[in-house]
Design a protein around this ligand. Structure first.
Ligand code: 3PY
Ligand code: MG
Length: 247
């Protein structure tokens, strides 16, 4: 199944999230049954070579992959796509112009300005072409500031924006709250996002720090739901194990 099919299915698509560098953890996360897996090169401790090996490991399992690039940087977006990511999550997209720049980096001309060189992306795909890539690659733009949210309708109207991905922590900071806030106003505003996305045929995604938050955001209408990262899962499980053993 392609990333696009996974995100546009009838059921919400739950994603695994990798911040630990290494192909084995990526393979492990991909094998857990998630609908898609993100390799996080923004806040994850992952460099380009590790990202490549992780994309290979995820592909072995047969799960769609997406890379969160470090920034809205065409060089990084194109390198992640050339390495075979099914799409990119682009941080801190604060205006329609920035969304258009992110989309343009994902699409070959005439739809964008992606440079030709699908080194790994075209492997095993004899029919790979600019048109096919333009149709299949997912461009998810992160809305994670008050300024971006104020322009949400304009951002989702940019042709080629496939998904909006909310960063609740950066959004909280931008509202003047702490990164793990549960302020009603933060929640209320984010609950309004899926309807705007739906009206424009754009997928609504969000990062979820816990299973409880994932259930909350699914209830609110988000359909691209990122589960807590490999690091969070491991840290919590290890702490629980130590606590149980010391009782
Ligand atoms: C945020 O919450 O700001 C994020 O980017 C989550 O990954
Ligand atoms: Mg963020």
């Amino acid at each position: 199944m392609s990333l696009r099919e996974a995100l546009n299915g009838t059921k919400p698509a739950v994603g695994g999230w990798c911040v630990i560098p290494g192909s084995f953890t990526a393979e492990l996360v991909a094998s857990a049954g998630f609908d898609w897996v993100c390799v996080d090169v923004q806040h994850g401790l992952i460099g380009y070579q590790e990202m490549l090996a992780m994309l290979q490991a995820i592909a072995v399992v047969g799960v769609p992959s997406i890379v969160r690039v470090p920034w809205n940087d065409p060089g990084w977006i194109m390198k992640a796509l050339d390495a075979g990511a099914g799409g990119v999550i682009v941080p801190m997209v604060n205006s329609p112009a920035e969304a258009a720049a992110a989309v343009g980096a994902c699409r070959y001309p005439p739809d964008g300005y992606r440079s030709w060189g699908p080194t790994r992306a075209s492997l095993g795909a004899p029919d790979y072409s600019p048109q096919l890539a333009n149709r299949s690659v997912i461009c998810a733009v992160m809305v994670e500031t008050v300024a971006a949210l104020e322009q949400l309708a304009e951002i989702v109207s940019v042709p080629g924006v496939d998904a909006v991905f909310i960063g609740p922590s950066d959004f909280a900071l931008s509202m003047g709250f702490g990164p793990r806030t549960d302020e009603p106003e933060h929640r209320r505003v984010l609950e309004g996002v899926p309807a705007v996305c739906r009206d424009h045929g754009v997928v609504a995604g969000i990062a979820c720090g816990s299973a409880e938050l994932l259930a909350r955001w699914r209830q609110a209408g988000y359909t691209m739901l990122a589960a807590p990262s490999d690091m969070v899962v491991l840290r919590r499980a290890a702490a629980e194990m130590v606590e149980t053993l010391r009782r």
